[in-house]
Design a protein. Sequence first.
Length: 278
Amino acid sequence: MVTGDAVVLDVQIAQLPVRAVGALIDIVIMVLLNIIATVLWALTLRQFDLAIAQAIVVIFTVLVFIGYPVVFETATRGRSPGKFAMGLRVVSEDGGPERFRQALFRALAGLVEIWMLFGAPAVIASMVSAKGKRLGDVFAGTVVISERGPKAPPPPVMPPQLAWWASSLQLSGLSVEQADLARQFLARAPQLEPRLRDQMGARIAAEVVAHISPPPPPGTPPQYLLAAVLAERHRRELMRLGAAGPAQAGAGFFPPVAAAPPPPPASPPGPGGFTPPS
């Protein structure tokens, strides 16, 4: 998944068939709970008047259809029993955990689009959305991810000689598509022929440079430039999400860096304490 700052997280958007199976599991559980409510309603008819019995079944029904998803998704950070069985989780669009307000919005929207309208709006919205969002996800600002799918490659390593430049970058002009293209290029660079790799790297780097500032130091290889930009974006996103931690080994390709030669030793002082110029 790509966050709002175009940083790739190790998650995969859940596919509609998998979500449908998970939703079906939750629906079966909620129907069984509603049957229990009906039985309790039938038992209370003999002990209370009709108005109280109807109030009890209405309250229990609301608790089932609204409280069931809200309680489970809030307590387990986005996982109902159906989602747990299918390896799914609801997260915020920025990659953070689902919050109570978001779970409540999803449940209220689900009452209409799933129960009242038999799931038709949810299916249509999921098919139209690039991230497979139903209407509840759109209103709540959430997305359903799969925790069992293949994970994206780790972010590139920051080239040490460009760390000072990358820390001062203005990256707001770089689009999600451009960042994703650069990431895919670095992941495939070791498999490309050198000539094709250099041509593609120069073209992608030129597009990236046109949307960032300040420009890179003269003579910076394209692979270095792209790796520095993506590594810096990833670092800033982790800081924004409060997930800063030890640096992970990254992916990508850029040529090895030659170590800077050590400074020449100082000349010994001459007679009388005079040091000749080097």
